[in-house]
Design a protein around this ligand. Structure first.
Ligand code: CA
Ligand code: CA
Ligand code: CA
Ligand code: CA
Length: 459
C-alpha cells in the first residue's frame, strides 16, 4: 500500500489569522442583552479602525464576523478586548481535514477526477428499487459495516435508514452527481418545484424558502458563497459515502445508513483548509434546516470559543454531532497538541478514534482519550466514493467519524425519539472492544449494531 501524504493534513494545523488578500478576519461576540447604544459604540470603534461587520450569526446571538485591513487587525483586536460589553474578540482560525493518507488500492479505485467547476445538480432520480436481501454493492462490507454488524441489522430488522434522517457533511463538499450518492442527497423542499411564473425554483435565482440562501437545493458552499457545494477536493465525498452511500442499488458501496439523506455543507476549499467563520455558517445552516446528525471530519489545534458556542447551539437544538479525533497520535486528555472540535465537551457530541481494519486496534496515528474520545471505528484503508463516479481508499479519523455518524443515522431512523442520554446509555452498554480500545476511548470500543438493535427492538 503506497501512501501519499497530502500537504498540511497530517498534523491538524492552524494559523492565528486567516488572510484573504490584504484583510484579516475577527469573530467578535457582544455580551447578551447589550443595548443598541453600547452596540453602536462597539460598531463605531470597528468602523474607526477601518473594519467592517460582514456577517451576523443567528446561531450565536451577538456574534459577528469582522473584516479589517492587515495592519489594523491587531489594534482592533486589542481595542475590542477593552470593551466591557465584548465577551470575546478572536481571530478567525483555519481547520483542515482529519485525513491521514490516500492509497489507491480499492477494488474499483481510480484517481479522483475533480471537476474544475461546479456541475449542475441532477434531477431527483427514480425512486430506489426495493431493498434486495443480497444487495450486490459490496465494497464497504469488509471494511466498515461488517465490523459493526450493521449488514446483519439491515437484513434482520429491515432497518436501512430513512430519508427524513439527515446527515449533514460539513466538509470539502460532496459530489452530488455521484451515482452512489445522488439518490440519497438531501433536497430542500422549499427550493423544489416551480414558482408562480413557471420557472424551476432550483435555478430561478430566488430564495424561495426565505432561508437566506438562493437556490440551495442540496446544501450550500460557504467557502465560495454559492449554492453548489461540489467537492473539488475528494475528502467530503469519501466521508459522505461512508455515512450514507446508497445501499441495495447493486452498485459500488453502501454507507452504514444506506437510505439516510446527505446534506452537503462545504466550508473547506480545494486547497484543503477552511475557516471557523465558515464552519459556524455551516452549523447555522444545519440547525436552521433541521439536520439530524452533523459529521465533522476536520479539526485544528487552536481553541475557538465562537466555534464551541456554535456546536453548543446545535446540541441545544437536539442535533447529534460526530467528530474526528484527529491524527496526531496523542492522548487528548493530557498532552498537546490539542484538537478541536474533538475536545469540545458538548452533550450529544461524540468523538471518534480510528481502528486498523485487520487487528481492530486503535491505529498508531489516531488521537484517543478516555474522556475526550468516545468510540473507535474503522479508519485505516477504507474504501468509499470519490468524485467522478469513482471509489478510492483513504485513512484517517476522517474515515472513522462518518462510520459512526451513519450508525447513529440508522439508529435514529429506527427510533427517532431517542435523546442524547439514551444514545450515551446505548453506547455504554453495546460496544465491541479490543484490548487497546478498552483503555483508550470512553465507551471502550466500536458500536455493536446487532446488540443495539436487539435492545431497541424489545423496547
Ligand atoms: Ca433558499
Ligand atoms: Ca430558488
Ligand atoms: Ca461551489
Ligand atoms: Ca451502492
Amino acid at each position: 500500500v503506497t501512501k501519499m501524504r497530502l500537504k498540511g493534513l497530517v498534523v491538524l494545523g492552524c494559523s492565528l489569522f486567516v488572510t484573504s488578500g490584504q484583510t484579516k478576519e475577527l469573530l467578535v461576540k457582544m455580551k447578551a442583552g447589550v443595548h443598541s447604544e453600547q452596540n453602536y459604540s462597539i460598531q463605531n470603534f470597528i468602523t474607526s479602525r477601518g473594519g467592517e461587520v460582514i456577517q451576523e450569526y443567528e446561531i450565536v446571538p451577538g456574534l459577528v464576523r469582522v473584516q479589517v485591513r492587515d495592519e489594523e487587525a491587531q489594534d482592533l483586536l486589542n481595542g475590542l478586548q477593552l470593551f466591557s460589553n465584548v465577551e470575546y474578540a478572536i481571530p478567525n482560525m483555519k481547520r483542515t481535514p482529519a485525513l491521514f493518507g490516500v492509497s489507491q488500492n480499492g477494488p474499483l479505485a481510480s484517481a479522483a477526477r475533480v471537476e474544475a467547476r461546479d456541475p449542475a445538480i441532477p434531477p431527483v432520480p427514480a425512486p430506489l428499487r426495493e431493498w434486495k436481501k443480497d444487495p450486490t454493492d459490496y465494497l464497504n462490507y469488509p471494511t466498515a459495516a461488517h465490523y459493526n454488524g450493521t449488514r446483519k441489522v439491515w437484513e434482520k430488522y429491515g432497518a436501512i435508514g430513512d430519508s427524513k434522517t439527515v446527515i449533514a457533511v460539513l466538509d470539502t463538499g460532496v459530489d452530488y452527481t455521484h451515482p452512489d450518492l445522488l439518490g440519497n442527497m438531501w433536497r430542500n423542499l422549499g427550493e423544489s418545484g416551480v414558482d408562480s411564473s413557471g420557472q424551476s425554483k432550483e435555478t430561478n435565482g430566488i430564495d424561495d424558502d426565505g432561508n437566506g440562501f438562493v437556490d440551495d437545493v442540496v446544501g450550500y458552499d460557504f467557502s465560495n458563497k454559492d449554492a453548489l457545494p461540489y467537492d473539488d477536493h475528494s475528502h467530503g465525498t469519501h466521508v459522505a459515502g461512508l455515512a450514507a452511500a446508497v445501499g441495495g442499488n447493486g452498485y459500488g458501496s453502501a454507507g452504514q445508513c444506506p437510505r439516510c439523506s446527505i446534506m452537503a455543507l462545504k466550508f473547506i476549499t480545494a486547497e484543503g483548509s477552511g475557516t471557523d467563520a465558515d464552519a459556524i455558517s455551516g452549523l447555522e445552516y444545519a440547525m436552521k434546516m433541521k439536520a439530524t446528525v452533523i459529521n465533522s471530519s476536520w479539526g485544528g489545534s487552536e481553541f475557538n470559543q465562537a466555534l464551541l458556542d456554535a456546536f453548543k447551539a446545535t446540541s441545544a437544538a437536539g442535533i447529534v454531532n460526530v467528530v474526528a479525533a484527529g491524527n496526531a497520535g496523542t492522548d487528548l486528555d493530557r498532552s498537546t497538541p490539542d484538537a478541536y472540535p474533538a475536545e469540545f465537551r458538548v452533550p450529544g457530541l461524540y468523538t471518534v478514534s480510528a481502528l486498523y481494519e485487520v487487528n481492530i486496534n486503535i491505529t498508531w496515528w489516531s488521537n484517543y482519550g478516555k474522556k475526550a474520545s468516545h468510540l473507535s471505528q474503522g479508519g485505516a484503508d477504507i474504501t468509499s466514493t470519490v468524485p467522478g463516479a469513482s471509489y478510492a481508499t483513504m485513512s484517517g479519523t476522517s474515515m472513522a467519524s462518518p462510520g459512526v455518524a451513519g450508525c447513529l443515522g440508522l439508529i435514529l431512523s429506527y427510533k427517532p425519539t431517542l435523546k442524547f442520554a439514551d444514545l450515551d446509555r446505548l453506547m455504554d452498554k453495546n460496544t465491541i472492544g479490543d484490548p487497546r480500545s478498552m483503555s483508550m476511548v470512553k465507551y471502550r470500543g466500536r458500536l455493536d449494531m446487532q446488540k443495539i438493535f436487539k435492545t431497541l427492538s424489545v423496547q
